[in-house]
Design a protein around this ligand. Structure first.
Ligand SMILES: *[C@@H]1O[C@H](CO)[C@@H](O)[C@H](O)[C@H]1NC(C)=O
Ligand SMILES: *[C@@H]1O[C@H](CO)[C@@H](O)[C@H](O)[C@H]1NC(C)=O
Ligand SMILES: *[C@@H]1O[C@H](CO)[C@@H](O)[C@H](O)[C@H]1NC(C)=O
Length: 264
């Protein structure tokens, strides 16, 4: 869905700008050192009006036209993506043949930045949903979930993941082996990770899978999940919960970036 959005965007806008608009763009880009200071302006009949308004409008329109996804818009703004688009429009109008290569490179940058933002936001959404699953796990538990959560509590205390925490599970009747339960959970999680890797890249090799799993293990992803389940049982306020969520998402996006290193 998000990827589809990204594709629509690459279609060039049919909007037209007059010479004084373009001169404003040129001045704006020069002021940011994004265009060399001797880049020629166009002749225009009208004296140049207030450039600030035109530049601002261009940026607002550019971000609005590209997507209505807040996350993608925010990331693109953070990169001043509209300035690149603006420069592409300026270079595109240039009569000089030697601008073609520069324009090609610029268009490539524009697309790469857009893809990166789209990808980041897709991950953010996916990991946000994953967080919700674990954070809310204690709400609707079947027998197996109850065992799992009881073992997570035991594990968190044993490994010092959490302090001053009162166990709320009915651990008196814990006549099950938590080592086995947690190992089993870890295996299931790893199977899911492998499944995801295969879905994203059907060419993925066994060596690449091993390399990725090694990263997940050294980064202790399982501990992050356990602590998230436990946090869900604590009465955190909304601010604290959102912090946990942000933290969880950033953690998994970072691991995902590391895993990319395995897939070359
Ligand atoms: C745990 O609780 C004790 C007593 O209430 C307190 O002194 C201690 O600082 C707490 N430890 C942490 C890590 O919050
Ligand atoms: C739990 O299972 C593990 C692995 O199967 C085993 O090594 C351990 O001794 C068991 N612990 C208990 C208390 O049965
Ligand atoms: C949430 O809890 C933290 C830590 O106890 C506290 O500092 C913060 O003010 C609380 N925020 C809200 C909105 O209640």
């Amino acid at each position: 869905m998000l990827l589809l959005l990204a594709i629509i965007i690459t279609a060039e806008s049919i909007e037209t700008f007059d010479n004084s608009d373009i001169n404003c763009f040129i001045r704006h880009l020069k002021s940011l050192n994004k265009l060399e200071s001797n880049y020629p302006e166009y002749r225009t009949r009208n004296e140049i009006q207030d450039c600030q308004i035109g530049v601002k409008k261009f940026k607002i329109d550019t971000y609005k036209k590209i997507t209505n996804n807040d996350c993608i818009q925010k990331r693109l703004r953070g990169e001043n993506w509209a300035d690149y688009k603006m420069k592409a429009i300026v270079l595109d109008l240039s009569q000089h043949n030697d601008e073609y290569q520069r324009l090609d490179e610029l268009k490539n940058v524009i697309n790469v930045k857009l893809k990166e933002a789209t990808r980041y936001c897709r991950l953010e959404e996916e990991y946000g949903e994953l967080f919700d699953v674990f954070y809310n796990l204690h709400e609707h538990m079947d027998e197996n979930d109850k065992k799992l959560v009881a073992c997570f509590e035991k594990y968190s205390i044993e490994y010092g993941l959490i302090f001053n925490y009162t166990i709320t599970s009915d651990s008196h009747s814990m006549n099950f082996n938590c080592t086995e339960i947690i190992d089993e959970f870890m295996i299931t999680m790893e199977e899911n990770l492998v499944e995801n890797l295969k879905q994203e890249n059907s060419q993925v090799t066994q060596a690449e899978i091993e390399c990725s799993l090694k990263i997940y293990r050294t980064e202790k992803f399982i501990q992050k999940i356990i602590i998230t389940v436990i946090r869900g049982k604590m009465s955190l306020n909304e601010t604290q919960k959102l912090n946990e969520k942000r933290n969880f998402i950033e953690f998994f996006i970072l691991i995902t970036q590391k895993v990319q290193g395995c897939l070359l």
